[in-house]
Structure formats: structure tokens, C-alpha cells
Design a protein around this ligand. Structure first.
Ligand code: ATP
Ligand code: MG
Length: 393
């Protein structure tokens, strides 16, 4: 028996105070975008939950899959809307019993409409006896194999059995925009995902040295953004030409300082682009000590050029922990494709792990900083991505 609706629950804790209407409006809008063209007829939000009404023949299994990547959802269930007549409820439960074998169960009735003639307790007892007789299963309140939920609303009853766990977090959009420095590597896509999960909308900035190297890292960045767009529905990728900037750094600065200098230019350019996006922070995939540019000393020297806050959600994570998330969210296989990242271009064998700000400033004095930033910003290629049915798989 295909469900005629889905019931979505969200974490009440995120709903404190004034955030509630914003949170709900954004969550509903995001659910709409995530499930477009799959047969959702209408979305309503009565009392602490969201209901999706499905058209006949809706692709509900696909919708169930999609809701799994909508941040802000605590759990959700395929559901059946019925009249509140006791017999109608019993009949629906009778049809659900054979759909999945179980040896223990629990009834969970909730009477949202207090004028309903039966109390929750009476519903639980009566329906419990019914399920027991029909299925032969025993009641287990602690650890049942199946739970039958019945919610009595003012005009209808809602019946559902299976709760699917949602991703939690906050609906994308409620926390404001940030701009990520996205390499083709493993870490920055994971950092992007984690901030989307906290309600941020992420714009992407990728630095490439094409045509000095192949286009592979740029193409990977595009593939990563396309993939991550399923979590936020609309994305913009700025591809910044970085080869000429690197060439000038290599010509003028000591080899050991190159990587830190590259990074400072990346942050300067990223900040310019971030301001266009009205981003409130920059975001990276950095984690302490992972590579030479990520020692505490170098992180400090690099971020000195930025005025926006820098978010580093992976700063305390181990590589294997980051890889695990990358695998779960589907970016890992894209990230490990071989490329020629611009940071490895002209990288010396012994980059400084403790660059001193005076040395960096002295090296930069020989460079036309504003001119190089302008070169990057003006050479940018912008591509927009939109979530659609096709790239949702
Ligand atoms: P990742 O797996 O994210 O590439 P990594 O371990 O390779 O990280 P680095 O190459 O030192 O580490 O990069 C550190 C951070 O700097 C990245 O997480 C990313 O935010 C940013 N970054 C590095 N290279 C680029 C690039 N080509 N374009 C944009 N951002 C970059
Ligand atoms: Mg990298």
C-alpha cells in the first residue's frame, strides 16, 4: 500500500525564540526544492511537524531518499492520512501489518485533538490488542521491532510505522553565506558539507594553474560543486587563474616561502570574491599539522591578510576521520581522482614550516600585490549550478 503522504519531524531545540518562523520557512522551501517534480502536491506545517501530501503515483521512494539530505530534518516517515473514525484507523493498520515481518511491536497513539472520544491510552490498548491478534507478535515497549504511530489531528488521523533518521543540523540558508576555498582534494568538500549542515549557503572558489597544468583540478572542482549542490540546491563556482601569480612568486621569492605566499594570495583574492557574495566568513579544509602550510605558525601568517573570519571545521580532525565523512557524502571518489593541483606547482622540496612574517613581507615587497590580486579577480570564470532531478542521484 503506497503512502499518500510523508511526515517530517525536526529538532525542537533549533527552534528557540525568533528563529522558529525563519527555520520553518527555509526548511519547507528546501524540502520543496529537494523533491521537485517527484509528485509532492502540497506541503503544510501543522503543530511541530511538516506534512508532504503526495499525488497519486508519486515517486515516494525517491522522495524518501531525497529527504535524507535535507538539513534540519530529525526524522521522517511515509504516512497514511485517514479519517479519524476508529474503524478507518484499524483498517489501515491491518493493511500495514503484512508489509514487514515482526515479532514485537509497540503502539504509539497521540491525540492532538482532545475532543476525540478515545484517549491515547485507550487507543494504544485497543489497537494493541488488534495488532496482537492479527500478527501474533508480542508487545514490547522498550525495544520493539516495529512501532505503529497514530496521530489524531483535528480533521484527520495520521498513521505511520517506520521512522527514517534525517541528517539533523539546520536548514541551508538560515545561517548566512560563506565562501569556501575549494581545492580538488578531500578536505575542503567535507568542510563545505559540514557548514551547509550548520545552515550556511556556500559559494565556491577554486584556484587553478591551467594552462600551465592540465584542467583536471578545475574539472574536479566542478564535479565536486555539482555533487554538493544536492545539499543546497543552488551553487556558484568561481574559478580563479593562478598560474601567472605563481610564476611571479616563483621568480621573486625564496623557494621555501612559496607555499605560504601562494596561500596569502589565495586568501586575498578569495576575500574580494567573498565580499561580492556578501559572505560573512571564509572557509577552508585545513587541519593542524597536516602539511607544511598548516602548522600553527603558517596558519597565522597566512590568515594575517584576511579580514573576514576564517572557519576551519576540520582543524582538529584526523585524515581518516575526514575520509570517512567524504565517503559517506559521496565526494571521496571524486577527490581521489588524480589531478595537478596548483599548490604543488613549483613546490620546493623543503617548504618552510615556520615562515616569519618579516620574511614574507620582505618577499611580497618585490611583488605588485594589488596588481596580482586584480589579475586573479578579473580573470575569474563563473559557473552556476542548480540542483535538478538528474544530478540528485
Ligand atoms: P584538501 O584536501 O582540501 O585539498 P589538503 O590536505 O590537500 O586539503 P592543502 O592543499 O594544504 O591541504 O590545502 C589546504 C586548504 O587550502 C584546502 O582545504 C582548501 O581550503 C585550500 N586550498 C588548497 N588548494 C586550493 C585550490 N587550488 N583552490 C582553492 N582552495 C585551495
Ligand atoms: Mg589540496
Amino acid at each position: 500500500m503506497p503512502p499518500d503522504s510523508l511526515v517530517v519531524h525536526y529538532h525542537e531545540i533549533a527552534l528557540k525564540g525568533d528563529n522558529r518562523p525563519l527555520f520553518l520557512r527555509q526548511l519547507i522551501e528546501n524540502i520543496q526544492k529537494a523533491t521537485q517534480r517527484l509528485g509532492v502536491q502540497k506541503i503544510v506545517a501543522p503543530r511541530g511537524r511538516i506534512l508532504l501530501f503526495l499525488e497519486k503515483g508519486a515517486n515516494w521512494e525517491e522522495i524518501v531518499g531525497r529527504l535524507g539530505s535535507v538539513f534540519g530534518i530529525a526524522n521522517y516517515s511515509p504516512a497514511w492520512r485517514r479519517s479519524t473514525r476508529y474503524e478507518a484507523i484499524e483498517e489501515t493498520i491491518a493493511a500495514l501489518i503484512p508489509e514487514k515481518a515482526f515479532s514485537s511491536f509497540r503502539m504509539s497513539a497521540r491525540r492532538g485533538d482532545k475532543s476525540y472520544p478515545l484517549s491515547s491510552q485507550e487507543m494504544n490498548e485497543r489497537l494493541g490488542r488488534f495488532v496482537q491478534e492479527r500478527s501474533g507478535a508480542r508487545v514490547d515497549l522498550e525495544n520493539p521491532e516495529r512501532t505503529f504511530h497514530v496521530e489524531i489531528l483535528p480533521r484527520e488521523a495520521l498513521i505511520y510505522t517506520e521512522k527514517v533518521r534525517g541528517p539533523g543540523g539546520l536548514p541551508v540558508g538560515v545561517s548566512g553565506p560563506v565562501a569556501v576555498l575549494l581545492s580538488g582534494g578531500i578536505d575542503s568538500p567535507v568542510a563545505s558539507y559540514l557548514m551547509m549542515k550548520r545552515g550556511c549557503t556556500v559559494s565556491f572558489i577554486h584556484f587553478h594553474s591551467y594552462p600551465l597544468v592540465t584542467k583536471a583540478s578545475w574539472e574536479k572542482a566542478e564535479e565536486l560543486v555539482e555533487h554538493l549542490t544536492r545539499y543546497q540546491y543552488d551553487s556558484r563556482l568561481y574559478a580563479v587563474p593562478f598560474g601567472e601569480i605563481q610564476r611571479q612568486i616563483v621568480a621573486e621569492a625564496p623557494a621555501a616561502l612559496r607555499v605560504v605566499l601562494y596561500r596569502r594570495f589565495m586568501f586575498r583574492i578569495a576575500e574580494e570574491l567573498a565580499r561580492r557574495e556578501r559572505a560573512k566568513a571564509l572557509l577552508t579544509g585545513e587541519s593542524v599539522g597536516q602539511v607544511a602550510s598548516q602548522t600553527l605558525d603558517n596558519l597565522a601568517v597566512i590568515q594575517e591578510v584576511a579580514t573576514l573570519p576564517i572557519l576551519r571545521p576540520l582543524i582538529g580532525s584526523n585524515k581518516d576521520e575526514i575520509i570517512e565523512i567524504a565517503q559517506q557524502i559521496g565526494t571521496y571518489l571524486i577527490s581521489i581522482q588524480p589531478d595537478q593541483d596548483c599548490c604543488r606547482l613549483f613546490t620546493p622540496p623543503h617548504p618552510s614550516v615556520r615562515a616569519r612574517l618579516e620574511d614574507i613581507r620582505r618577499a611580497e615587497a618585490k611583488l605588485d600585490i594589488d596588481g596580482l590580486v586584480k589579475l586573479g579577480v578579473e580573470g575569474v570564470t563563473i559557473r552556476e549550478f542548480r540542483f535538478s532531478q538528474e544530478n540528485g542521484r
